[in-house]
Write a protein that binds this ligand. Structure first.
Ligand SMILES: CCCCCCCC/C=C\CCCCCCCCCCCCCC(=O)SCCNC(=O)CCNC(=O)[C@H](O)C(C)(C)COP(=O)(O)OP(=O)(O)OC[C@H]1O[C@@H](n2cnc3c(N)ncnc32)[C@H](O)[C@@H]1OP(=O)(O)O
Ligand SMILES: Cc1cc2nc3c(=O)[nH]c(=O)nc-3n(C[C@H](O)[C@H](O)[C@H](O)COP(=O)(O)OP(=O)(O)OC[C@H]3O[C@@H](n4cnc5c(N)ncnc54)[C@H](O)[C@@H]3O)c2cc1C
Length: 581
């Protein structure tokens, strides 16, 4: 926080810095600096911002984002916490009517936060208007005691991020002023009348913003993991590649290159896609402030797609990096276990991935149907009904591979839409039919998202002008990424007829050549991510390569090594040894 102040970085921009990485196993202030700050910036009106933002900037108020309940995380419309407007006192009464309405999970809620943006069902004049955001003080700003009517606690140890205090929260008819409802987009007036927003999902804006931020953070986490595993693979020598010859660096093994290089490529693919979504988000935010919400659905879908794909790719990539370090990847001091546990949660939070992919699929099906009827569709999905352009590019060129992705994705959407129609004819109910097709629908969303990511990777690399040499290395890396994902999804390309069995064999050959060609670039590529050793926090991945010395030094810090004979010997082992059991 002192660093942020020194560099004049406002709170709402803190999450784009490395400040959250200082605490390795979770930062109890992350939701304060990200979601809470963003909710104030985008959901509060100017008067409310004047009131709370300076206090939050000075950390007088430490906030969190309390939406999820024990009973409902995904289904936001199913939240049970109520905020009932009392016109007599001009207050909202917050209440948790059931055990399932207990707020559960918010980061920092247990012990750190003294305030929260609470999502609750808004009732006024006897009518429910759905989930709305409220600014709620939870603890005394001086003593930090929880306020009467507020029940707070921490939810217990988790798979990871255990230095963050994820919490629970219940309200017992807790009153807040009317003006604590975040009123930038919708309002409740003094007489209790409701003023609706220009788009009814604007109150979900903080989730959209966070999904975009998560895409960036996934590329950073994966970059850390590939840095550790690649440097280690250059230091580690094991086995014989040629009998009788010296043990090679494990990075010489093709299988090791196959484990690492596609994930190095993935860092760039995620980063370039994140930048593209971020640009779109800034445009949409500017349009919304002028009253135009036309592009909001596109941003929602793109942020769902990229959050889902990047969290899945980075989690799998980090686990592959951990396994690529053999036994030493399992030790905490490698840094890889905590990278894994602090990344796998991105698959679940801010919208569970399957659920987000189904949102994408819904958009694809709707757009496909609209396109067939000649209705206008947004640019990113026009391809679903646009004529094939496969023949225009040289066979197996990068452009041809992107076209193969596009046509295969369109083909899968077309097939799945037909299946949906058939299922609808059987079931006579759209929702049952949808559920019976949902595995295929998720595949549609994944292929569309991969197509987007591949396209962004290629177009960004092609636009590099600063250095021919850098562009050339990144072109190889991008080519590897395209081929790698084609080989992982061969079935879709064969089904759509965009690539033949012979094409796939040719591409596979080229992939093996690329692994060898890129091998000398592996260490320079990860060095270029330019992580300080302190930030990597890894015995295996430090810049100087002193892996074995660091592992040994770190072991000396184990509390069990403070004495030669541990207390447990006297307490348990010795009695056991003497007991003749
Ligand atoms: C951004 C700046 C980044 C800068 C980066 C620079 C570098 C960064 C480097 C490092 C960055 C570090 C950053 C740190 C990251 C921050 C980490 C913070 C920690 C976060 C902790 C986690 C917090 C949480 O988990 S909070 C809780 C989150 N909860 C959820 O996400 C719930 C998921 N569920 C939902 O969102 C919804 O229920 C739903 C979408 C699944 C369904 O909603 P619904 O039922 O209301 O809708 P319908 O299905 O009926 O659909 C109706 C209609 O509405 C459309 N829709 C839905 N949502 C939206 C939306 N948000 N916007 C627009 N439209 C929406 C939907 O598509 C339907 O449209 P139709 O046209 O089809 O009718
Ligand atoms: C580390 C961590 C930090 C968190 N921080 C916060 C926070 O700060 N603030 C906050 O409010 N929340 C927070 N959360 C909660 C998080 O947002 C939810 O856990 C998440 O949205 C998933 O919801 P859920 O737990 O209800 O899962 P569920 O929805 O119950 O998911 C369980 C399974 O059901 C499936 N499923 C659910 N609905 C559907 C559907 N419609 N179609 C098909 N399948 C479906 C899912 O795919 C999944 O396989 C956090 C969670 C974690 C793990």
């Amino acid at each position: 926080m002192r660093k942020l102040a020194e560099h004049n970085i406002p709170l709402r921009e803190a999450s784009i810095t490395q400040v959250h990485s200082v605490l390795r196993d979770g930062n109890p202030l992350i939701v304060h600096t990200s979601m809470f700050a963003n909710a104030l910036a985008s959901l509060a009106n100017p008067k409310q911002q004047q009131q709370w933002v300076p206090l939050a900037e000075k950390n007088r108020i430490i906030g969190t984002y309390a939406q999820t309940e024990i009973g409902h995380g995904t289904f936001v419309r199913g939240l049970e916490t109520t905020a009932i407007f009392d016109p007599e006192t001009k207050e909202f009464v917050l209440h948790s009517p059931t055990i399932t309405s207990t707020k559960w999970w918010p980061g920092g809620l247990g012990k750190t936060a003294n305030a929260a943006i609470v999502m609750a069902q808004l009732y006024t004049q006897g009518k429910c208007y759905g989930p709305h955001p409220f600014f709620v003080q939870l603890r005394d700003f001086d003593t930090h005691h929880s306020l009467p009517g507020v029940i707070l606690g921490e939810i217990g140890p988790r798979l990871g991020i255990n230095s963050q205090d994820n919490g629970y929260l219940r309200f017992d008819h807790y009153r807040i002023p009317r003006t604590n409802m975040l009123m930038r987009h919708s309002q409740v007036l003094e007489d209790g009348s409701y003023v609706k927003p220009i788009h009814n999902k604007l109150s979900y804006g903080t989730m959209v913003w966070t999904r975009v931020a998560i895409v960036h953070s996934c590329s950073k986490k994966l970059a850390c993991a590939v840095t550790i595993a690649t440097r280690y693979s250059a230091v580690r020598h094991q086995s014989e590649l040629v009998p009788g010859k010296p043990e090679p660096q494990i990075l010489e093994y093709q299988t090791q290159q196959y484990k690492l290089l596609p994930h190095i490529a993935s860092v760039f693919a995620i980063l370039f896609s994140a930048s593209s979504v971020l640009r779109m988000q800034r445009n949409v935010a500017a349009s919304i402030s002028k009253g135009n919400v036309e592009l909001l659905p596109e941003l929602h879908i793109l942020s769902c797609a990229m959050k889902a794909l990047s969290s899945q790719d980075s989690t799998q990539g980090i686990e592959t990096c951990r396994l690529a370090c053999g036994g030493h990847g399992y030790i905490a001091s490698s840094g890889l276990p905590s990278l894994y546990t602090s990344t796998t949660c991105t698959i679940t939070y801010e919208g569970e991935n399957t659920v987000l992919l189904l949102q994408v699929a819904r958009y694809l099906i709707k757009s496909y149907r609209a396109g067939l009827e000649g209705l206008p569709v947004l640019p990113s999905v026009m391809y679903l009904t646009a004529p094939s352009a496969m023949h225009q590019s040289p066979p197996l060129s990068n452009q041809a591979l992107i076209e193969a992705f596009r046509i295969s994705s369109a083909n899968l959407v077309k097939e799945t839409e037909s299946r949906l129609c058939r299922q609808f004819n059987l079931e006579q109910n759209f929702h049952y039919a949808w559920n019976r097709c949902s595995v295929a629908l998720v595949h549609c969303a994944e292929l569309h998202s991969r197509y987007y990511m591949c396209e962004k990777f290629l177009s960004t690399v092609e636009s590099i002008r600063a250095s021919d040499r850098v562009r050339s290395v990144l072109q190889d890396l991008c080519r590897l990424y395209l081929i790698h994902h084609i080989t992982l999804n061969q079935g879709h390309f064969l089904r759509s007829g965009t690539l033949s069995g012979v094409d796939l064999s040719t591409l596979e050959e080229e992939m093996y050549e690329l692994l060898a060609k890129l091998r000398p670039q592996a260490v320079p590529l990860v060095d270029a991510f330019d992580f300080r050793d302190e930030l990597l926090g890894s015995t295996l991945g430090a810049w100087d390569g002193r892996v074995y010395e660091r592992l040994y030094e770190e072991a000396q810090k184990s509390p069990l090594n403070k004495t030669d004979v541990s207390k447990a010997y006297h307490k348990y082992l010795q009695p056991l040894m003497k007991s003749n059991l």
